[in-house]
Structures are given as structure tokens and as C-alpha cells.
Design a protein around this ligand. Structure first.
Ligand code: NAD
Length: 237
């Protein structure tokens, strides 16, 4: 058996972080060597995984790849640590600023990184369909409606903005609307409206494990890659 990949989970106490820990534990190719939470952890070791507070990043053990699903305020330190340790970075944190996107781009000259607003395969396909539809439906209105659970802070969602970029590449000018309701995992509707007809392209996530599986898959592919900024679709095989 090959040596398992050493993984750091950043944002470990969150909804995504907990799911990452659960699914990584089931994968014999992965070994979680550190779990990082914003505040001091209640216990130092849980299920064999060592926990660290965000302020203790300098003391984490060696790792091959960090998987970051935290909040924008946690992003700069984990990016800096990956550069310093020459480790790969998988980040799904949304709501990053322009400066943070630029820093990610700059870091990708030295390490392999993948950032995606949505790690699901279905959304990768939807983005391609949106670009094709926008190119074929010139002059139609393009509206992107995204719905998420009430805890989600950023709006429009990162996925909505990614889909909007696809629409712009096809020649459309998208408008955005956001709903925050109940426990919705994530829904994205891209609607093209012409005179007397309408095309609706929809993706519904019903279980956040799809993002987690995508992130773990990307982490395993990314470590073998040269430095650079990758998209999920670059790491599918
Ligand atoms: P959450 O609020 O449940 O968890 C956030 C986590 O980040 C917590 O563990 C918290 O301790 C940690 N955190 C906050 N500030 C920090 C800091 N300064 N330093 C270190 N850690 C810090 O949120 P969630 O639902 O798990 O989502 C986390 C992120 O992932 C959000 O940005 C969300 O939009 C994004 N997300 C992305 C995808 C995707 O596929 N790309 C899917 C779902 C969620």
C-alpha cells in the first residue's frame, strides 16, 4: 500500500469541515494530520486527529495538502502556510476579496492550488451548458437565482458568480437574486427569457457530501501536479 496523503483540514468544526473529517476517515489513501478550528478546540485529539486553533498554525505537523472550507478571514493565513510549507491547497471558501483572489493567483506560481465555488460535478457541467445557452440566445434576459440555508453569509453565492462568468463568456449580461431560507443546501437556477419563451437550467444539491467528495478527489489529484491554479474540471480524471 502507498503512503497515505497527509491532509490538513482548515475550518474543521464547520458543516463542511465535519463532513470532510468523516469522509476522509473512510479513505485509506488519506491521513488527516491536523484539524484547524477558529477557536481553541475543546479537545486536543478527537478520533485520532490532532486539533489546533487558527492562532497555532505555525505549530501544525508536516502535511501534503490543506483543504480549506472556512471563512474569508481565515483564508490568508492558510494560504501563507501552504506557500511556506510548499504544500498544495484545495479551497472552497467563498466570499474572497479581489486582493485574496490575486494572492491566490500569485501563490499558484509556487504551489498547486485549486479554488472552486462549487466542487460538484453537476455544477461543472451546468457552467458549460450556461455558456453554450448564452452564446445561442443572444439578446435574451439572463437571470441567476440562488437559494441557500439561512446561515450562509455571502450573496450572491460564489457558484452563482461562477455561472455568471460562464454566461458573460457566452455574451449575456446576468442579473442576480439571492434567497436565504431554512436548510437549503444549494440551488442555482439560470434563466434565459426571450419573447414568449424561457429556458431554465437548474442544479439542486440535496446533500453537501457531493462537495466533500469533489474536494477530496481534487486533493488526491492536485498533489501530483506542477504549481498552478487549477479548476475542478482539470482534475476530474
Ligand atoms: P461553517 O460556518 O459551518 O464553518 C466555518 C468554519 O470556518 C468553522 O469551522 C470555523 O471555525 C472556521 N473559521 C472561521 N473563521 C476562521 C478563521 N479566521 N480561521 C480558521 N478557521 C476559521 O461554514 P460551512 O457551511 O462549513 O462553509 C464553509 C465555507 O465553505 C463557506 O465559505 C462556504 O460558502 C463554503 N462552501 C463551499 C462549497 C464548495 O463546493 N466550494 C460548498 C459548501 C460550502
Amino acid at each position: 500500500m502507498t503512503t497515505p496523503l497527509r491532509v490538513l483540514i482548515h475550518g474543521a468544526s464547520g458543516r463542511m469541515g465535519q463532513a470532510l473529517l468523516r469522509l476522509a476517515a473512510e479513505n485509506e489513501h488519506l491521513a488527516v494530520v491536523a484539524a484547524v478550528t477558529r477557536r481553541s478546540p475543546a479537545a486536543r485529539v478527537v478520533d485520532g486527529v490532532a486539533y489546533f486553533a487558527a492562532g497555532e498554525l505555525a505549530g501544525v505537523p508536516a502535511f501534503d495538502v490543506a483543504i480549506d472550507f472556512s471563512l474569508p478571514e481565515g483564508f490568508d493565513p492558510i494560504l501563507a502556510l501552504c506557500v511556506e510549507r510548499n504544500a498544495a491547497l484545495v479551497s472552497g471558501t467563498t466570499g474572497l476579496s479581489e486582493a485574496q483572489r490575486s494572492a491566490l493567483q500569485a501563490a499558484s506560481e509556487g504551489i498547486a492550488v485549486v479554488w472552486a465555488s462549487n466542487f460538484s460535478l453537476g455544477v461543472a457541467v451546468l457552467a458549460e451548458l450556461v455558456e453554450r445557452a448564452a452564446a445561442a440566445l443572444q439578446g435574451w434576459d439572463c437571470d441567476i437565482v440562488e437559494s441557500h440555508h439561512v446561515h450562509k453569509q455571502d450573496a450572491p453565492s460564489g457558484t452563482a458568480l461562477t455561472l455568471g462568468q460562464g454566461a458573460e463568456l457566452g455574451g449575456a449580461t446576468p442579473r442576480y437574486a439571492s434567497l436565504r431560507a431554512g436548510d437549503i443546501v444549494g440551488e442555482h437556477l439560470v434563466q434565459f427569457t426571450g419573447l414568449g419563451e424561457r429556458v431554465e437550467l437548474t442544479h439542486r444539491a440535496t446533500n453537501r457530501d457531493i462537495f466533500v467528495r469533489g474536494a477530496l478527489h481534487a486533493a488526491q489529484r492536485l498533489v501530483a501536479r506542477k504549481p498552478g491554479l487549477y479548476r475542478v474540471r482539470d482534475l476530474l480524471d
